[in-house]
Design a protein around this ligand. Sequence first.
Ligand code: G4P
Length: 540
Amino acid sequence: MAQFHYLCALFMKYTQEIETRKTFAIISHPDAGKTTLTEKFLLFGGAIQTAGAVKSNKIKKHATSDFMEIEKQRGISVATSVMSFEYKDKLINLLDTPGHKDFAEDTYRTLTAVDSVVLVIDCVKGVEEQTEKLMEVCRMRNPPVIIFINKMDRDGQNPFDLLEEVEKKLNIKTQPLTWPINMGREFKGVYNILHKSLLKFQANQKATDDDNILLPDLSTGEIVEAVGQKDADSLREDMELIMGVYDQFDPAEYLQGNLAPVFFGSAVNNFGIKDLLDTFIEIAPSPRARLTDKREVLPSEDKFTGFVFKIHANIDPRHRDRVAFLRICSGKFSRNTFYHHVRLDKNVRFSNPYTFLAREKNVVEDAFPGDVVGLFDTGNFKIGDTLTEGEMMTYIGIPSFSPEIFKELVNNDPMKTKQLEKGIRQLTDEGVAQLFTQHGGNRKIIGCVGDLQFEVIQYRLLQEYSAACSFRTLPYFKACWIKGEPNKVDDFIRYKQANIVQDKEGHYVYLAESEWYLNTERSNNPAIKFYVTSDFKHEL
Ligand code: G4P
């Protein structure tokens, strides 16, 4: 009986810990305002005291080939990989994503470790290319999304047009929860549709609850007094339209990933952020059940499980240290405790795991579902590795995505072949790029999302492994993992040998030169399925 009570108490404790956690990422097309919004969130959470404290982790536009800059930026982005702060009794874990589009795959992987997403859109530019790609990746796991339409202090597009564009291009239903009153120089503020209150625009104000003017009835003169007759009239018109179109906001629809609530504001002016943050902590999900290859795991289970979603190498250039970022999915993770590394089938323990509360690295004793801990690693981890208390299962849904640029790795120093092979294996384990080997040959093909990664690889192979290499551009645009009737797949591999490679797990991958070739092969080979991710879950 005593043990039963003890277990109940333990369970309750975890439940409380889990419910206070909100683990999410902010994503955007570069320059839409992700870094600025991150900084304002941290200001609200008291994690930083002054604006400008968060360094942009994007590689500045003119420095794309400056290696030192890449290294410096890598250092910064480790420090800001996870930013944890407390706000109104919630513990918020904000997982940072790289600002540069060439590192988009890092962002895709981070999205596997979050429970929800805030998407920033620039009101002048609307939905941009990178936003569309990121949402495509989001849709694979379907986390709930809140949209923040930024830069309302500039003359942007009409808000109704913006919502329509978002719905069309991102294929998600939207519902505004705040509404802007004018924009650009005439921007007067936002009306909170849920709470029926007005926040008047003031630049650089850390808004408090007292700044909101309650305006439950827009037909009275109060709104005219606040924003003037013209803007009051147009707000009334807009509200009438909105009330006619939208039902009462349903948080369940948001939680299922079917409906994205929309907020308007100006990150640089710290305006509209509090409305966003307050609603976020109210509606965003706490850690949820996750799938492994054996079963679904609930966060409230008492046994610890977690997976590695990101590996960061060479923090200190004098050592070959790596930090593996582990997302905790269930139970309690404790320092100096043995856990089972499922892929290697061996027990490992960590004496200095750390968390990132208030932007400082702290050695952590215990961590709970939703938390991310940094583990020092000497080469034991690969992206997607699972740790458990002994159960042999692996978290799924952390696939590789098709790269966009393909180059052959050319060894420039035959005396260093071994180092080059080891280096490229380790770098690709970290997820810097994907390594494919020509079927039936030994040609190594590297696939990346952006050109910058090839420079990073070349630089790191030389610095860390003393291996000199160069790259030969190949004419492919997409990698598709293939599966189907065995004899048909064999025929296809024989017939298309020049385009067939194997990934590190030995899976067959077809490299297509163009959309046309890909479509032709698909229609010529109906018995073969073409997948855009390495887990064979997302078919073309
Ligand atoms: P990112 O991380 O998404 O790439 O964007 P970031 O926050 O770095 O913002 C990109 C630029 O947009 C920055 O200007 C930033 O100051 C500006 N910005 C962010 N929010 C707003 C807003 O609400 N209104 C306006 N007008 N501008 C905004 P920058 O000149 O590139 O950099 P900085 O020198 O100001 O840091």
